[in-house]
Design a protein around this ligand. Structure first.
Ligand SMILES: *[C@@H]1O[C@H](CO)[C@@H](O)[C@H](O)[C@H]1NC(C)=O
Ligand SMILES: *[C@@H]1O[C@H](CO)[C@@H](O)[C@H](O)[C@H]1NC(C)=O
Length: 166
């Protein structure tokens, strides 16, 4: 599972750093849409951070994730909420947090999923990316999570300093 998620987040981050608006001010993280390649746009998740905002190194954080899936049924005991912190090289800062849904939610229905105790990496760099996604794990190393909902925030830093390999 760890490798699945790693590959997924890596992919998400590489897309992100090119496109996400950077927030120069570290106060109050704002999440925005995940860029997508091709014809598979993600539904935008609404993410509210309940603890320290921005997160503080090593202190658990709570994430209130809400939204509406337009083309996808969230499946009880199968679909997952993934929260990952990454650096700007696309490396996860620690294991992604994974929470399995305990309720099925049909497409078109508004939902709220609370992850109340998500570990924050003990060493948070001055600039990092926070990825929140909903999808189903699938047995495919090239596309390890079938992702339907997503939100991303890049905290700190300046985009002109960043160069990314594709
Ligand atoms: C989570 O967010 C939803 C939608 O914004 C809100 O209705 C709900 O009260 C929030 N729950 C918590 C525990 O903050
Ligand atoms: C989901 O998991 C719970 C706890 O492991 C179990 O009690 C329940 O029967 C499962 N439900 C389904 C639909 O698989």
């Amino acid at each position: 599972m760890k490798n699945f998620i790693f590959a997924f987040i890596l992919f998400a981050l590489l897309l992100t750093v090119n496109a996400a608006p950077f927030q120069l001010n570290k106060r109050a993280i704002t999440f925005s849409a995940c860029p997508t390649a091709g014809d598979h746009p993600f539904d935008l998740l609404t993410v509210h951070i309940g603890g320290p905002d921005p997160p503080e190194p090593g202190k658990p954080e709570s994430f209130n994730v809400s939204g509406k899936m337009t083309k996808y049924n969230i499946k009880k005991n199968k679909s997952i909420l993934v929260i990952g912190y990454g650096d700007l090289n696309g490396q996860l800062l620690h294991d992604a947090y994974i929470q399995t849904f305990t309720e099925s939610i049909s497409k078109g229905r508004q939902f709220t999923e609370l992850a109340s105790d998500v570990p924050t990496p003990p060493d948070l760099p001055s600039t990092y990316t926070l990825a929140v996604a909903i999808g189903d794990p699938v047995d495919d190393p090239d596309a390890p999570v079938d992702t339907y909902g997503c939100a991303l925030a890049t905290v700190g830093g300046k985009s002109k300093n960043l160069i990314f390999i594709n």
